[in-house]
Write a protein that binds this ligand. Structure first.
Ligand SMILES: Cc1ncc(COP(=O)(O)O)c(C=O)c1O
Length: 374
């Protein structure tokens, strides 16, 4: 089966990991700092804090934002559930804003209509690698003093109005799961523009430990001392993973080029195929395409999905609207709330895209899709 996404691991990547295993540090050593510094560099020059997953990074972001019971987070239903579940776990009430009909990104007009004084965070998702409209979301957020969060699990390497992902929102979270734009196995990171938010996220991911003597509340202890002011968790990424991440980062441009070539090949091959709508890209965006989500028209998505799987093409569906998950449905969220997201879900099919997919494999996918449609 051709997978819809997979990692690309080079001999240099392997060597980088092997070198760590021969060294002194397995975790929280120099490669964590080096990876974070490099991540910060390519995401707008802000502080990056690594984490054990994209989900962990989202949890850190909401904890750093001080989300607690009763706070409102406005988000998109067209995402993986971690975008909102990590806020729900802290007691937030999620208000789902519908998506734009064409991009499936959170609709700034919908956010504008829903925002109120209780809103603490607007959490956008750069679905498929395409950044949301952050200028408009930031304007809306500033009306009530809310923060903007960019769940950039799909979009490291993308730009919006010439600015890189990481520089588009107050808080940005990344995922380094193997299918993502770069991988550390499991892994993720948070990027924060405000150094205080970054520090809060850092302490939350490190059990809440405070090591800055100027802030100590327990006086008179020795050089060993550290103390906790707020509870935290252990979401620290290892040196082993960061060695892989650092090596992968040096390949990010090449990954982006290959993803762009595959996108063009699909765009060209599918332009005139009846019953399929190909994804669009806004003019002010340069997307590192994580997914290639087509829309299968005329109610045929299920049938086309099954047929393509039979033909050996590992298509995927991204995503069932988040509030359809029983954990939200049981809490009273009703179907029909975000019609554009539901319509998109009913037609969406993700075709394989990853840096090692060859041109002939792309053609094989196109042939399988054409056959499935006839
Ligand atoms: C949009 C989105 N947000 C968050 C996550 C969570 O990332 P991770 O799998 O690294 O926890 C994912 C990963 O699937 C995702 O696609």
């Amino acid at each position: 089966m051709l997978p819809y996404g997979r990692q690309s691991i080079s001999e240099d990547d392997i060597q980088a990991v092997v070198d760590v295993l021969r060294g002194d540090w397995l975790t929280t050593g120099p490669l964590v700092s080096a990876f974070e510094a490099k991540l910060g560099e390519i995401t707008g020059g802000h502080r990056a804090v690594t984490a054990t997953s994209g989900t962990a990074a989202l949890h850190m972001a909401y904890a750093a934002a001080g989300i607690s019971s009763g706070d409102v987070v406005i988000s998109t239903p067209m995402t993986f559930i971690a975008t909102t579940s990590t806020a729900s776990m802290l007691g937030a009430r999620i208000v789902f804003a519908d998506v734009e009909e064409d991009t499936a990104l959170i609709d700034p007009d919908a956010v504008d209509a829903l925002i109120d004084e209780r809103t603490r965070v607007i959490a956008a998702v750069d679905y498929a690698g395409h950044p949301a409209d952050y200028d408009r979301l930031s304007d809306t957020a500033s009306r009530v003093g809310a923060l903007v969060l960019d769940d950039a699990a799909h979009s490291i390497g993308s730009t919006y109005k010439g600015r890189p992902v990481g520089d588009l929102a107050d808080l940005t979270t990344l995922s380094f799961f193997p299918t993502k734009n770069l991988t550390t196995g499991e892994g993720g990171a948070l990027v924060a523009k405000d150094p205080q938010l970054a520090q809060r996220a850092y302490e939350f991911h490190n059990i809440g430990l405070v090591r800055d003597a100027a802030r100590f509340q327990v006086p008179g202890e020795g050089a060993w001392h550290q103390e906790v002011h707020e509870f935290g968790v252990n979401y620290r990424l290892t040196d082993i993973a960061c060695a892989l991440g650092l090596s992968q980062l040096s390949r990010l441009d090449a990954f982006k080029r290959r993803r762009a070539e595959i996108t063009r090949r699909y765009d060209d091959a599918l332009a005139d195929v009846d019953g399929v709508r190909t994804p669009i890209q806004r003019e002010d965006v340069d997307a590192m395409r994580h997914l290639y989500p087509v829309r299968i028209l005329d109610g045929r998505r299920r049938e086309v999905f099954d047929r393509m799987r039979e033909l050996g093409v590992g298509v995927q569906v991204n995503y069932m609207p988040v509030y359809w998950h029983p954990v939200y449905a049981d809490a009273g969220y009703r179907r029909g709330m975000c019609p554009n997201a539901e319509a998109f879900y009913s037609e969406e099919l993700s075709l394989p895209i990853h840096p090692e997919l060859t041109d002939s494999q792309v053609d094989q996918v196109v042939d399988a899709l054409t056959e499935a449609l006839h």
